[in-house]
Design a protein around this ligand. Structure first.
Ligand SMILES: Nc1ncnc2c1ncn2[C@@H]1O[C@H](COP(=O)(O)OP(=O)(O)OP(=O)(O)O)[C@@H](O)[C@H]1O
Length: 463
């Protein structure tokens, strides 16, 4: 990385020398100019990151007008350096006018070296961030001219949503994605992360529904060895793992009220400590939350904190169910077929007109997840050159009774209670097209308990 150059503009040679000594000691390159005119010449040939500008020169010693004139001249130019005004004759009016003309800070003489250094470092940080943003935007513009590998939505509602997301993707604002199970919220989170400025950082997902109450803090914030009986070694929490990247909290509505309070505290302060540690860590994450619950209703029912809702919903987007965007169904089905064919290393197949019509007429309670399962199964079952209606088994998925699979397991003498439970969960999930809330209801479980069992049996990918 090149060393930033600082230009000191001051008619007093002692001031210039004292600032130059200090700044060179801090590792900066320093240039000096005794007047604004000399500075203008230097600026035309040198790349300057920061200017330290005295406000008074030959005309008078107190008004600061020459400094302001220089700022006005600088403002006309593109890519101007950051200017820190330094004067022994500071007053509020002058400071305001200088800031209006683009100065970044106003420091009174005699300055404190540490304060000067802090201000310079802040400006350099800002410049780096702006440069990153510009190169990011440039790289995005290059990418848009290349063929897109992602699915291109056909429906007006999804196109509009994609447009809105494109607008906010580079910001660090928290995003809340709402929509029924299987509509593609997690899929969008990956897209948001990959297109964000944090794409080089990690994307860390945590399913809040699967978090055991007792492990919440340890999972999210980490713990140090000995923090509690089972803490045999240090553990890094998800907030730290996601540092510099995106933290995705799925199923955020399943959190209990006490855990919501703990999460809120961290989101508000931006700081947390690992369990058993007194060291405060500042979080550096972009937060994306998702839920298939209707949070305003949860707030009314007292199961979700209003203040947490406002903390996570800076930008809120609703993904419509698949049945409400009919024009997406067939193109998406073809896209998913091609994906599955590639994954299995088999030839992709087309859809008959009869299948296309049936897909469009079907209500897709499990949304894209269900469509994906149907296409996978159809591809594997199909024997002809095209997928036909029987291959899809639409509706048939609902018909096999849970009892059939359970009965089969019962007849197997080596079957354990855990095998039975796993089998039952798989069957119900299949029948409910992967919709967790419905499966949990049928199984007489809360969503959190079902998530924990999916974790235990390694069934996370089935849902
Ligand atoms: N645009 C897409 N292209 C290809 N596959 C997709 C797309 N959107 C979603 N899918 C697939 O559909 C399935 C469900 O999507 P996803 O997990 O994102 O839904 P969700 O809304 O997060 O569901 P849940 O609320 O249950 O977590 C996944 O297998 C995902 O890969």
């Amino acid at each position: 990385m090149s060393v930033p150059t600082i230009l000191i503009i001051d008619d007093n040679i002692e001031v210039r020398l004292s600032a130059a000594y200090f700044l060179e000691d801090q590792g900066f390159k320093v240039l000096e100019a005794a007047s604004p005119d000399e500075a203008k010449q230097l600026l035309s040939v040198k790349a300057i990151a920061i200017i330290l500008l005295d406000m008074n020169f030959s005309k008078d010693t107190t008004s600061g007008q020459e400094g302001l004139d220089f700022l006005a001249w600088l403002k006309e130019r593109n890519n101007t350096p950051a200017v820190l005004c330094i004067t022994g004759w500071g007053n509020i009016n002058l400071a305001v006018r200088a800031l209006q003309l683009g100065a970044c800070d106003f420091i009174e003489k005699p300055w404190q070296n540490t304060a000067l250094l802090t201000s310079i470092q802040q400006q350099l940080k800002l410049q780096t961030r702006q440069q990153n943003q510009l190169s990011y935007i440039a790289s995005q513009q290059t990418q848009t001219s290349q063929p897109a590998t992602e699915f291109v939505w056909q429906s007006a509602s999804m196109r509009a949503l994609q447009k809105k997301l494109e607008k906010v993707v580079v910001s660090d604002a928290s995003i809340l994605l709402c929509g029924e199970s299987g509509v593609g919220k997690s899929h969008f989170v990956s897209w948001l992360h990959q297109h964000s400025q944090r794409a080089q950082g990690p994307l860390v997902s945590v399913n809040m529904g699967a978090l055991a109450e007792s492990l919440f803090e340890s999972e999210l914030f980490g713990h140090v060895k000995g923090a509690f009986t089972d803490a045999k070694q240090n553990r890094t929490g998800r907030f730290t793992k996601a540092s510099g990247g995106t933290l995705f909290m799925d199923e955020v509505a399943t959190l209990s009220l006490p855990l919501q309070a703990k999460l809120l505290r961290v989101l508000e302060t931006g700081e947390y400590e690992a369990l058993g540690s007194s060291q405060t860590i500042r979080s550096d994450i972009r937060l994306i939350c998702a839920t298939n619950a209707h949070l305003p209703t949860c707030i009314e029912q007292g199961t979700f904190r209003r203040d947490l809702f406002y903390r996570i919903n800076t930008l809120m987007f609703e993904l419509p169910p698949l049945r409400d965007r009919e024009s997406d169904i067939v193109p998406l089905a073809k896209h998913l077929l091609a994906q599955h064919a590639k994954r299995y290393g088999i030839t992709d197949k087309g859809l008959s007109m009869e299948v296309e019509n049936a897909l469009k007429a079907y209500p897709w309670p499990g949304n894209i997840r269900e469509l994906s399962h149907v296409m996978e199964r159809a591809l594997l079952m199909s024997e002809g050159p095209q997928i036909c209606l029987e291959d899809c088994q639409l509706r048939l998925a609902k018909q096999p009774a849970v009892a059939t699979r359970v009965q089969t397991r019962l007849e197997d003498s080596s079957c354990t209670l855990a095998d039975m439970e796993k089998s039952l969960i798989m069957q119900v999930l299949e029948e409910e097209c992967g919709v967790i809330s419905q499966a949990a209801q049928r199984l007489g479980l809360t969503k959190s308990s079902l998530y924990r069992r999916l974790d235990k049996y390694g069934l996370k990918d089935v849902s």
